[in-house]
Design a protein around this ligand. Structure first.
Ligand SMILES: O=C(O)CCC(=O)C(=O)O
Ligand SMILES: [Mn+2]
Length: 208
């Protein structure tokens, strides 16, 4: 009889999937939270986070971002994102618990988190790198996902001969973006016409 391999057989003892890319380093921890835990976190984040609808100026016109966002962190760690200056909301216990998990895996401490709420497939985030000057260079970024599964794509900034990387981020996973990943690669969560469940993503960061 052929045994169907589960992700636990492939990545036992909580070890991550190592994604080998040139000029960067990614580690994907599948099911770091159980399905039950992940769905509880999703429900609480949806209710407890102070979600905002931000806009950006595109071709002289104000356009709503295709997602809701929130920014939490240590006091005075303000952050400018797509031209939007965000003052951090103080930490809440729910976020501190998730932060501790991300810090253990990343072997690094974080002082802020950007949250994105993708309500439907028409919400997404376009090509960018988390390389703003206020972020500590080549410092880990931990990306935690709850709710619907979405595609996460990476492409090299300057070498078009390097193949794009596609990851599938499922509920309860943690993706670590390490080393020079932000310096050399862009990433996006593409919009999709397929039905997808709403998704909440948290990226834990370190502001200098
Ligand atoms: O939702 C994701 O997986 C990524 C979000 C992201 O790249 C960002 O907030 O900078
Ligand atoms: Mn990003």
């Amino acid at each position: 009889m052929i045994k169907q391999l589960s992700l636990f057989d492939i990545y036992p003892n909580g070890s991550p999937e190592e994604i080998i890319i040139s000029d960067g380093h990614l580690q994907l921890y599948h099911s770091i939270f159980s399905d039950v835990e992940a769905s509880r976190y999703y429900d609480r984040l949806e209710k407890e986070i102070c979600w905002q609808q931000d806009s950006i100026i595109l071709f002289g016109k104000s356009q709503p971002l295709p997602r809701l966002t929130a920014w939490y962190g240590d006091p005075e760690r303000s952050y400018t994102y797509s031209g939007i200056a965000m003052e951090p909301t103080p930490w809440i216990p729910l976020l501190q618990t998730i932060k501790t998990k991300a810090e253990t895996l990343a072997k690094a401490t974080f002082n802020s988190v950007l949250l994105n709420f993708y309500r439907t497939g028409t919400d997404g985030v376009s090509w960018h790198a988390d390389d703003e000057p206020e972020l500590k260079k080549n410092y880990p970024i931990a990306s935690v996902s709850f709710g619907g599964t979405r595609r996460f794509l990476l492409k090299h900034k300057t070498d078009p001969t390097i193949e794009k990387v596609e990851l599938i981020l499922t509920s309860g996973s943690i993706l670590l973006m390490l080393g020079t990943t932000q310096e050399y690669w862009l990433h996006q969560v593409p919009k999709t016409k397929k039905f997808v469940e709403p998704r909440i993503n948290l990226t834990f960061r370190f502001i200098q």
